[in-house]
Design a protein around this ligand. Structure first.
Ligand SMILES: Cc1ncc(COP(=O)(O)O)c(C=O)c1O
Length: 375
């Protein structure tokens, strides 16, 4: 029997979340183009599950060429956007062969395009650094660089050319987002082409995209499509999102501790009284956060209980006081359907749901539902 840990990926949940988010976006912006962001192997859910679950998306956005190639191999025919664009001239052969769209965020990329001979025009999104200070042209140089992109378009090297930016604090600070929007609006005013600014948090902020007018827009939601909330102060359930990943295991041992006994490495937890604990086949080498403290929620046999002590590489301990009947073999949900949300586990561990989803270790077997052929 394989080690009893499993990540179940529900492609119906992916599809439902995409439907709900698209409907929300289209309520204010009819016809908005929805890129489903599937970088980092579909936020840890796997490219195959993402391609199946997001079949109704208008396009997929990611970073790695191998993931883009996998999407094409799996039969994805609609647009694919490379969110960091390309890195060296040789990449342009792949961009062409797999019909990929690119983000252009630095002058060196335009230099490479100007020196390239392309067999067919490539769609490009020219990125503005409106305040994130990560990728993108500075406001003072944006229009000059956009003009270069338009010249490449006129010369047949680029196809559609669009304007884009990325928000630093759409999840927690409307003031910063407004300032970035103002910057974007004033710098891109009058430039031709569609617009793309919204990540999950911005897409789910009513009316935000509307402030950019009636022109064609594309949104780029990521984490919300997987059923996690992008907002620290709002749950996924409040946003009508369903978890697409459920990380489950079982109790592989139970035992009694006497008052004063220390549990696990460092004896980070000491039994305050006689108590029963359970040992779960899941540890930090599976992607469970090592820094999750005592008290982090865990579901055992359908009952919510808590993590105790230090997470080991392959195991963690849980309090069985609320679930006295649970013995070896009892089902455990670390996060997902029937257990705590990934946001709850992340918040307890001083991180974010994104990190937990994308850190799921390759050694954890994944089961994609529904199984192919079962409808
Ligand atoms: C450029 C870009 N667009 C969209 C996204 C999606 O973000 P989120 O998962 O917060 O929706 C990301 C993710 O980091 C990104 O880098």
């Amino acid at each position: 029997m394989p080690r009893p840990i499993l990540a179940t990926i529900d492609t119906h949940a992916l599809a439902d979340n995409l439907g709900a988010v698209s409907e929300f976006a289209r309520a204010t912006l009819p016809g908005v183009f929805v890129w489903a962001v599937i970088k980092a192997r579909g936020y840890g859910h796997g490219i195959e599950a993402a391609v199946r679950g997001f079949a109704q998306a208008d396009g997929l956005a990611l970073l790695d060429f191998d993931e883009a190639v996998q999407c094409r191999t799996l039969g994805w025919r609609k647009p694919i956007l490379l969110l960091e664009g390309f890195f060296e001239p040789a990449d342009l052969a792949l961009v062409q062969a797999y019909e990929l769209a690119i983000v252009v965020h630095c002058a060196e990329q335009l230099d490479m395009l100007e020196s390239a001979t392309l067999g067919r025009p490539v769609d490009a999104w020219v990125k503005l650094n409106s305040g994130m200070h990560r990728l993108g042209f500075q406001p003072a140089e944006y229009r000059r660089q956009y003009a270069r992109a338009l010249a490449l378009q006129a010369g047949g090297c680029l196809g559609q050319v669009g304007k884009m930016t990325h928000f630093a604090r759409a999840d927690d600070d409307p003031g910063t987002t407004r300032a970035q929007l103002d910057c974007f609006r004033s710098i891109t005013q009058g430039l031709p082409g569609p617009v793309s600014v919204c990540n999950s948090a911005a897409t789910l902020t009513a009316g935000l995209s509307r402030t950019l007018g009636d022109g064609p827009q594309a949104v780029r939601p990521g984490v919300c499509l997987y059923g996690a909330s992008p907002f620290p102060a709002k749950t996924a359930a409040e946003l009508h999102l369903r978890p697409a990943m459920t990380l489950a295991s079982v109790l592989i041992s139970t035992h009694r501790m006497q008052a004063g006994d220390g549990l696990g490495y460092g004896h980070a937890y000491r039994a305050p009284h006689d108590m029963r604990v359970g040992i779960v086949a899941c540890g930090y080498a599976d992607g469970y956060p090592r820094h999750a403290p005592t008290g982090t929620p865990v579901q055992v046999a359908g009952v919510r209980t808590r993590l105790l002590g230090t997470v080991s590489m392959d195991m963690l301990a849980v309090d069985l006081e609320p679930v006295p009947q649970a013995g070896p073999g009892a089902p455990v949900v670390l996060w997902g359907e029937g257990g705590p949300s990934v946001n709850e586990v992340a918040a307890a561990s001083a991180t974010i749901g994104y990190e937990l989803l994308t850190a799921l270790a390759p050694r954890v077997p994944r089961r994609i539902l529904p199984a192919v052929g079962s409808g």
